[in-house]
Design a protein around this ligand. Structure first.
Ligand code: IVH
Length: 678
């Protein structure tokens, strides 16, 4: 069937695109698209050319293995070409490969040497009389770049081969790569230096090896695994690929321990699944496994077709990186109130599942990657790890360019509860200040509230809290105290006995201490020890609630950041409402004089409030007195030091007059608070 005009246009487009991406990948070390996308484009062109051979051109990327080498390095002609492997993406394609090998060999069953497909870059290392003399990259497969000086800095590569019968001349083929932990460390260092981070370990390895200054290469930790040979000038080389690798290992070349010898398709697929399960736990990235006919004589007989051997194939894993479009950016409110920006993606199959969301972590990450709505991005999902946006593909940004995304501009208030959102200076995350009121934070807050060192509500675990919140029975901690044994008994996995037990422990928890109660509130930055210090410093909750930053920083170990968290927490009306509801439900604790306020203006004094003060509520007056070290009593006695009387004062005032106590009005109280004796 002759190619249509549309086929011709498409083939030309594909050649152009593949050449462009070849250049980005091989020459610049800065690929724009994930490998999976490249593979697909290449496959599409291969299929088109297979269907219409007249579309093949002499310069088609399907005829080439890589791109021309960089001009700056000396060129090395490979004595044996460094070819590439065909890929299999399914069990059927593996079975077809095995069938071709069996048919080509006339054997009923084939033995294979199997190994990981390292995600790095191929090099050939030449040893003469056991000495490392030259190292080259693959380049276009026939001519590579001389990177001897750089490879000398890779410590895994031996400078001398040790042991028996080392050939006069040996070319080892293998993969240079960067271990995941070295990659993480390198990127952390790049971040602190304010330099650009690498997208993945493969790019980092390539960028590090192809440095004209080998001191830079030396400063990066590169690794190497040998997986074959290019030349072996020896009378009797081993008979199998496994034998070759064993020899290389014996001469102290690094050979990967995950290699095996298996038989038939079943053996191949079992290895594939085994490595697939191990993939994320391995210290280096692999993008599949490689199957090679073990018998070297048979390898020779099978030979090559076009760019790849007939005796070997790469069985690829589902790609961990794919490309898709950011349709929107939303924020999710986590259990600690942190607003996490999430990219809503055009669905894409990556890492074995369809991904529609990817985390953007926080504002700094959005800024660093400059992700905007409408951008085409590379998405990564490795194992069970949450999918993330790795990078934007700049050439695919829409015109006109979309706006930068700033969380605080889009979300000045929490999208879940409407409370203010704040981002403290020096903090990476923006947070909802809704605390106990915010449903997103509710479950976590409830679990914390009920925990052993807080209110110690025995039997209130995660499963129950999930049910209570999901069924709308509990919105905030005070609702817990409204639950009847019958409400509880109706919950899943709740017998009458455990309902009664929980009911009892709820009741029991109402009698607590101020320190536990403060800790239970879940104020940011207020742990158990700080809660204890606050309780003894202020003596009462009201005194704590009305304290400003200046007063709070007087508490041991409380700095401006903690003080501000406390002020913010009590400033939020919702939090005050919940606290009042808890008190109304009967949660109590003994309040004492503030121990650390012995020097306060009203230290050791007992005051009684009666009537209405013109300028402050009774609670405010009480808080002020307590903050100054005084105690507020409910009734007048001989021990009362001052009676504060407002309008409509009743029997307490009469009694105070009878006892001859000092009576002051609001102005008098303010003077007392200022340290003036009456
Ligand atoms: S054997 C004639 N074994 O995959 C084929 N290659 O597409 C020689 N690779 O350029 C390659 N791990 O960079 C072989 N265990 C392995 C490999 C491996 C990774 C890379 C290598 C090569 C590409 C082939």
């Amino acid at each position: 069937m002759a190619a249509s005009a549309a086929d011709r246009t498409r083939a030309a487009e594909l050649r152009q695109a593949l050449e462009y991406h070849n250049w980005r990948y091989y020459v610049l070390d800065a690929p724009e698209i994930p490998d999976a996308e490249y593979d697909r484009l290449l496959r599409e062109l291969q299929d088109l050319e297979a269907l219409h051979p007249e579309l093949q051109t002499a310069d088609s990327p399907t005829r080439r293995v890589g791109a021309p080498p960089l001009a700056q390095f000396a060129q090395v002609a490979h004595r044996t070409p460094m070819l590439s492997l065909n890929n299999a993406f399914s069990d059927e394609e593996v079975a077809a490969f095995d069938r071709r090998v069996r048919e080509g060999s006339g054997l009923a069953e084939i033995e294979y040497a199997v190994e990981p497909k390292f995600d790095g870059l191929a090099v050939g290392l030449t040893y003469e009389n056991g000495c490392f003399v030259q190292g080259a990259t693959r380049g276009d497969g026939y001519t590579g770049e001389d990177v001897t000086g750089n490879l000398l800095t890779v410590r895994a590569i031996p400078m001398h081969l040790q042991g028996e019968d080392v050939p006069r001349r040996l070319e080892v083929r293998g993969e240079v790569l960067m271990l995941k932990r070295d990659f993480d460390a390198l990127n952390a260092a790049q971040r602190t230096r304010g330099e650009k981070e690498f997208v993945n370990p493969r790019n980092a390895a390539a960028g590090s090896l192809r440095q004209l200054d080998s001191r830079i290469t030396a400063s990066r930790r590169l690794s190497f695994f040998a997986y074959g040979i290019g030349a072996w000038d020896d009378a009797n080389p081993p008979a199998t690929h496994a034998g070759v690798l064993a020899k290389l290992a014996a001469w102290r070349l690094p050979v990967n321990p995950e290699r095996r010898v298996v038989t038939g398709v079943a053996g191949l697929l079992a290895y594939y699944r085994d490595m697939g399960a191990k993939r994320t736990a391995l210290p280096f990235d692999i993008d599949g496994v490689v199957y090679k006919v073990n018998d070297l004589a048979l390898q020779d007989r099978l030979g090559f077709v076009a760019r790849a051997p007939r005796f070997a194939i790469a069985h690829k894993f589902p790609a961990q990186e794919e490309m898709t479009v950011v349709e929107d950016i939303e924020v999710q409110v986590g259990r600690t109130g942190a607003l996490t920006p999430v990219a809503r993606l055009k669905p894409v199959f990556v890492g074995g599942v369809t991904v529609t969301n990817a985390t953007l972590h926080n504002q700094d990450e959005i800024d660093r990657k400059d992700v905007r709505v409408g951008d085409t991005v590379i998405v990564r999902r490795a194992g069970d790890v949450i999918p993330e946006v790795v990078a934007v593909v700049p050439s695919r940004r829409p015109h006109p360019s979309p706006q930068r995304y700033v969380i605080l501009e889009r979300h000045p208030v929490c999208p879940v509860c409407g409370s203010r959102v704040v981002r403290e200076p020096g903090e990476a995350v923006a947070r909802c200040t809704g605390g106990l009121y915010c449903p997103a934070q509710r479950k976590q807050a409830l679990l914390h509230f009920a925990s052993r060192r807080a209110m110690d509500i025995e039997g209130l675990g995660e499963k129950l809290v999930d049910q209570l919140v999901d069924q709308g029975l509990v919105g905030n901690p005070s609702d817990l105290y409204r639950l009847t044994p019958r409400d509880l008994a109706e919950l899943e996995r709740m017998g009458e006995k455990s309902a009664a037990n929980l009911s009892a422990s709820l009741k029991h928890s109402k009698h607590t201490t101020l320190a536990r109660f403060i800790f239970a509130l879940g104020i940011r930055n207020v742990g158990e020890a700080t809660a204890r210090d606050l309780a003894s410093h202020f003596g009462s909750l009201d005194a704590l609630m009305s304290a400003d930053v200046e007063r709070l920083v007087q508490v041991r170990d409380v700095g401006p950041v903690v003080a501000q968290s406390i002020v913010d927490f009590f400033l939020e009306r919702h939090n005050r409402t919940v606290i009042q509801a808890l008190r109304d439900a009967g949660v109590t604790w003994p309040e004492g004089p503030p121990t650390d306020l012995a020097g306060g203006a009203l230290a050791g004094k007992t005051l009684v409030l009666t009537g209405t003060l013109p300028g402050m509520s009774r609670d405010e007056a009480k808080a002020k007195i307590e903050a100054a070290g005084g105690k507020v009593a409910g009734s007048v006695s001989k021990k009362t030091d001052y009676v504060v009387a407002g309008s409509d004062a009743g029997s307490k005032l009469t009694k105070a007059q009878e006892l001859g106590l000092t009576i002051v009005d609001e102005t008098g109280l303010l003077a007392l608070l200022d340290g003036k004796r009456q």
